[in-house]
Design a protein around this ligand. Sequence first.
Ligand code: IMP
Ligand code: MG
Length: 172
Amino acid sequence: MSAGKIVFTQDRIRRRTEEIAREIAGAIPGGDLHVIVTLKGALFFAVDLIRALGREATLGFITASSYGGGTESSGEVDLRTEDIGEVAGRHVLIVEDIIDTGRTLKIAVAAIQSLGPASVRTAALIDKPSRREVEIDAEFTGFRVDDIFLVGYGLDCDQEYRTLPDIRSLGP
Ligand code: IMP
Ligand code: MG
């Protein structure tokens, strides 16, 4: 398989990211903001979103893996939180790449909630609502897509294609 047709161009991603940043700026109260990036997929989106937010924030990272190499989730999520940062009493924004079954986000939110934040909100670049298996949604969503596997702009298939500038479908 290789990267197929462009689904979201760089330019469209940039414009939508700026819109989401404005929504977030209006919704998250002033005070300590802690942005938690879910590695590695959300890396590109997080950088562009944080820059567009133009607001002082501390950064933390979590690493979630559920894909054992293919395009289907294994159903088990391995969450690493060593670099999650200072969460207690702060407004947390989780930046996620894609919500698919919802398992990763659900586990990440629970882990963060257990650390006593002032509030927790989630921004996801892409949502695949038809794939959901557990009940969870992001407050801020970039694009909704059907059941297609996407690569590029941080999204990978078996660690490939992350550095493509646009988001593409995975195809022949
Ligand atoms: P979930 O736990 O099933 O919601 O899976 C979420 C994670 O699976 C995302 O954070 C991505 O890392 C990965 N994922 C889901 N769909 C895609 C896709 O279309 N392309 C690349 N990664 C994906
Ligand atoms: Mg991810």
